[in-house]
Design a binder for this molecule. Structure first.
Ligand code: 5GP
Length: 196
């Protein structure tokens, strides 16, 4: 999406060849007007697909997921990162191991907010290695809901996230697709290049 690409070129910082910082409008400070437009764009792509709920993993996906849910007119469910000690028969849980970050966490959702009647769109800020998304998919499937797709603001196409998700039959939609990062350089799949 052109609008997001322009914002990334103007304010994004390629910290290394794998990490893009977007703290000024997504991850630390949020640009609400931009986020509303991005949510509407995601909703337009998935409209008519019978989505009953939007889901995201706390916390950086909440802003785009909320705007998407608002545009689709459905609730947003936050898949919570909780310690596994909380045992409750109304909860579905799965362990997510982030090899990238070297941490494991328990992802949890209540059967009150996700069940066999749901067709769920997952929304997140980034798609990188697809570890978080794979955990979210596993959890949603545990709840017997079906998955309409995965939407992200920014996909790093040089990492294997999309491949992992499409292998599982998931429809992946990204508003901005980054082909290459280097400190000071951001290259989109569409070949836009920025020196900063
Ligand atoms: P995964 O590797 O599981 O696809 O990415 C998990 C999460 O790490 C994303 O949802 C996002 O919050 C964070 N992440 C991954 N790559 C980046 C990046 O380049 N920049 C920022 N700001 N966050 C990232």
């Amino acid at each position: 999406m052109k609008l997001l690409e322009e914002k990334i070129l103007a304010e994004g910082i390629a910290e290394s060849d794998s990490i893009l910082k977007v703290d000024s409008f997504i991850n630390h400070q949020i640009d609400p007007a931009l986020m509303k437009q991005l949510g509407e764009e995601i909703a337009a792509h998935f409209t008519g697909k019978g989505i009953t709920r939007v889901a995201t993993i706390e916390s950086s996906g909440i802003a785009p997921a909320l705007m998407t849910a608002a545009a689709l007119g459905v609730p947003l469910v936050i898949l919570k990162k909780q310690p596994s000690k909380i045992l409750n028969q109304d909860l579905y849980q799965t362990v997510v191991t982030s090899y990238t970050k070297g941490v494991s966490y328990e992802l949890t959702v209540s059967s009150h907010f996700m069940n066999e009647n749901d067709h769920v769109l997952i929304v997140d800020d980034f798609l990188a290695n697809g570890e978080a998304a794979t955990g979210a998919i596993r959890l949603i499937r545990k709840s017997h809901a079906t998955i309409a797709g995965m939407a992200v603001l920014i996909e790093k196409t040089f990492q294997p996230g999309r491949e992992k998700l499409t292998e599982q039959g998931i429809d992946v939609f990204a508003l901005a697709r980054i082909a290459k990062l280097e400190p000071g350089m951001i290259q989109f799949v569409e070949e836009n290049i920025c020196q900063n």
